[in-house]
Design a protein around this ligand. Structure first.
Ligand SMILES: Cc1cc2nc3c(=O)[nH]c(=O)nc-3n(C[C@H](O)[C@H](O)[C@H](O)COP(=O)(O)O)c2cc1C
Length: 197
């Protein structure tokens, strides 16, 4: 297949749609973030790329804490709003009707309406250019009771959504499951003899 080169880009699909929360001058504020994900398993860590100019960043630097909230498809308008206006100019919590709660750390605001929230302690913040890469240690995870099946978080009840950048900038819901993970590849493996290198 012929390939067209696009140079260095940030077009990695899919991207999550998160709300990142911090208290800025004592008031909760949230921004939308798509450039993030899990960064380490033990201890559990997240990484989020935050532009130098974000208002939320001030709060994260001051308190050394932040939250990563996973919204559901029901909150798509609120997430987009939090991604197009700054807390410098708007009270986003009031405008979105967010019910804010706090956990272990006491100053990482989280949104009750979001089915999943991670409370994080800032560990490192390398400056990569336009963005800092916030690396946060997850100190607690909160999941709405009504999103559990047999006591475990159920993605079909959480109903998170994705952001796709590039030609069309859009939000997408999840499609149906296509295969069991860590199992589907066994079919190929079973046809092979392992190499010893
Ligand atoms: C879908 C979407 C994803 C975004 N992802 C990021 C991101 O990963 N990092 C970032 O710094 N800004 C991101 N933004 C932009 C910020 O959310 C936006 O600049 C916001 O207004 C900053 O709010 P604040 O000034 O209150 O912190 C994103 C915006 C949208 C709509």
């Amino acid at each position: 297949m012929d390939k067209k080169r696009f140079g260095p880009t940030t077009l990695a699909y899919p991207m999550p749609a998160f709300l990142i929360g911090a208290n800025v001058a004592g008031k909760p504020n949230f921004l939308a973030a798509a450039w993030g994900g899990i960064a380490c398993g033990e201890p559990p860590m997240v990484s989020i790329a935050i532009h130098h100019q974000r208002f939320t960043l001030k709060g994260i630097q001051d308190t050394r804490t932040f939250s990563v909230c996973v919204p559901s498809v029901d909150q798509v308008a609120e997430v987009d709003f939090c991604g197009i206006v700054s807390g410098k100019n708007y009270d986003k919590v009031a405008a979105c009707g967010f019910e804010v709660f706090y956990g272990e750390l006491g100053n990482a605001p989280m949104v009750k309406q979001c089915p999943v929230s991670f409370e994080c302690k800032l560990e490192q913040m390398p400056d990569l250019g336009s963005h800092f890469l916030l690396i946060g240690r997850i100190v607690e995870t909160y999941v709405s009771e009504d999103c559990l099946t047999d006591g475990k978080p159920d993605v079909e009840k959480i109903r998170p959504f994705l952001y796709s950048s590039g030609y069309k900038k859009e939000y997408h819901s999840f499609g149906e499951a296509i295969a069991p993970a860590f199992k589907r590849g066994k079919e190929i493996k079973s046809r092979l003899n392992p190499q010893s290198i």
